[in-house]
Each structure stands twice: as C-alpha cells, then as structure tokens.
Design a protein around this ligand. Structure first.
Ligand SMILES: Nc1ncnc2c1ncn2[C@@H]1O[C@H](COP(=O)(O)OP(=O)(O)OP(=O)(O)O)[C@@H](O)[C@H]1O
Length: 308
C-alpha cells in the first residue's frame, strides 16, 4: 500500500538563514500511529507545519494521499486535521458553532449528526452551547481535537497533545488516539514525553537538529537498543573491582556497595551465570539483586547525545 504521507528531501531555511530542516525524507504508513520525538528546537513543528501547508518549504516534495501538497494544496490539506498546541481566540463563540465552522472552512456541507458524534466522543456534548471561554483547560484541548476532526480527515496531526495537562487528561488523550486509530485514522504526534510514544506509537521517528536520525518500529527499537542491567547490592563494602572480574565491564558505585552489570538483551548468553560464579570465587557476596530494562527514554537520550 502506498504511504499516506510521503516527504522527500525536504529542506526549510527560514528568512533568518537558519536551516530548520535538512533534507528530511519520511513515509507515513496508512493507519499507523507515528510519534515524532526530538529535543526542543529539533524541527518537529517546522516539519508538521510544512506538511500541513503552513510553512513553505525551501526545497523538496510532500505528498498527502497522493496529492502534491505544494501544487495541489487544497486536495492535500483536505485530508489533514491539525490539532495545534493552543486555542485560536474566539472566546465568545459557542462550542458547537466553532466545530461546525471548522468543517465549513473546507467547503463541506454541514453534517449535524457528525458534529454531535464528535462532541459526544470528546465528552463535550453537554457543553455544546457554552462559550469557549467557559471551558476548562482540558476541555479546550478536547475542543481543538473536535475542530480538527470536523472535516473527517484521514490523517490527524497532534502537536504536543499533552504538554502541560494533568495525568487524567493525558490518559484520556491516549484513549482517544486509540479509538481514532481503530477507526482507520492515521495519527502523527509530536511529543517530548517518551512515555507517550512508548504507550501509543506503532513507529517512532527521532529528529535532531533538522535531521531524521532514526525511524523504527517501536518494539524493534526497544529490542535492538534495549539493554538490561543487573544490580547487585553487596553485603560488604568493596574497595575496587578485583582483576578476576575485569572482563565483565562492571561498575562499582561510589559508596562501594552496588555493582552494576549491563548486558545486551539480544545476546544468547548474557554471562550472568558466569558472573555469579566468578563473584562467589572472588568472595563477593550480595544481599539483593534486581534487573532493569532500558526504557525508550534511555534509548532516546543516548541517540541524541551521540549526535551532539
Ligand atoms: N519563523 C522562524 N524563523 C526563524 N527560525 C525559526 C522560525 N521558526 C522556528 N525557527 C527555528 O527553527 C528551529 C526548529 O524549530 P521548531 O519549532 O520546528 O522545533 P521543535 O522541534 O518543534 O521545538 P519544540 O519542541 O521546542 O517545539 C529552532 O531553532 C527555531 O528557533
């Protein structure tokens, strides 16, 4: 199946001369949830804004559902719903009117049953006749999603959907993304919260300094780069790691009471049995042990650091 979005050698140089995107190429698979991760200033918003036609690229091509987003802007834009980070100001407008208006902007006939369904899905139906300014922060966020869905887009962009919201709303957003995906909507979200990508994404792309440095299935990424750590809490303080254990690459904590052993989760032989035998031979005893697996967060920080 052809990708629903295809970005080819996209460059964006702002008028200041700053190059925010350096030859970015990326395909988005129909129906997937794609999380775009990157530190502040990496180019996430620039990339999204360029695909959505809000920022003009300096070079490169963008196709949305096969439509060239530059020469056939209207057809491409029609397929996209964009949930921005902030509410455009129309404080006195009624909730239901603003959502209906968003649909009208695309020149589509009104469809009250659809607007009702969207507002109900987003638990805003009871507030439909209230002015926007009377909504709580969380409701305003949901209203932004409702507006973006009003013209029945095939692709939904969520720019930092849960920045600065409480835990409950964050989980609501995650559930909502799941429901939309089930209905076949392709979702692209930017986030600083790795936990969010870990929770929702099928694939993860990492952007840093205007370049996509990695695109991978989330599960594959965690399998490939994931490391496990075995931590041993020692019974007695250890001054230094004995020479007989030098080959394991152990780390001794400053207080001399914790030994950490990192191993590759893919390795067939992790060496733990040998390590424990060698520890016993060296007379090192421990009271407790635990293992931890590196999270997507560790992997991400490591990747970005490597490129610094
Ligand atoms: N209109 C502009 N003119 C000049 N430079 C800009 C403009 N907009 C963005 N930039 C620069 O381009 C770079 C990428 O910005 P962008 O907003 O795309 O990053 P981001 O990854 O979305 O960051 P954040 O996570 O902080 O939102 C930044 O260095 C930013 O200062």
């Amino acid at each position: 199946m052809p990708p629903i979005i295809s970005v080819k050698s996209l460059r964006k140089q702002y008028d200041s001369g700053f190059e925010a995107l350096k030859s970015v190429s990326l395909d988005i698979v129909r129906g997937e949830v794609f999380a775009l991760l990157g530190p502040n200033g990496a180019g996430k918003t620039t990339l999204i804004s360029t695909i959505c036609g809000l920022v003009r690229p300096t070079a490169g091509e963008i196709f949305v559902g096969g439509h060239n987003a530059i020469t056939d802007f209207r057809a491409a834009r029609q397929m996209i719903g964009l949930v921005p980070q902030e509410m455009p100001t129309a404080p006195f407008e009624k909730v239901i009117d603003t959502v209906a208006f968003s649909r009208g902007l695309f020149g589509l006939p009104s469809k009250p049953a659809l607007i009702e369904e969207i507002l109900k899905d987003l638990t805003l139906w009871d507030k439909r006749d209230n002015p926007i300014m009377s909504l709580s922060g969380g409701m305003k966020r949901r209203l932004l999603v409702a507006k973006a869905l009003a013209h029945e887009p095939a692709v939904l962009f969520l720019d930092e959907p849960t920045a600065g919201v409480d835990v409950e709303l964050r989980h609501d957003m995650w559930r909502l993304v799941g429901q939309l995906k089930d209905r076949g909507v392709t979702i692209i979200l930017t986030t600083h919260y790795i936990e969010e990508a870990e929770e929702m994404a099928d694939r993860v792309g990492v952007i840093n300094k205007g370049e996509i440095i990695l695109v991978e299935e989330k599960a594959e990424l965690m399998r490939k780069l994931g490391r496990k750590e075995l931590t041993l809490v020692l019974s007695e303080q250890l001054g230094e790691i004995p020479g007989s254990l030098a080959g394991y690459g152990l780390e001794l904590s400053e207080d001399g009471f914790t030994l950490t052993y990192g191993y590759d989760t893919r390795a067939e032989r992790t060496g733990i049995t040998h390590l424990l035998t060698d520890l016993a031979a060296a007379g090192i005893r421990f009271n407790d042990l635990n293992t931890t697996q590196s999270s997507l967060e560790d992997i991400f920080v490591d990747l970005v650091k490597r490129q610094a």
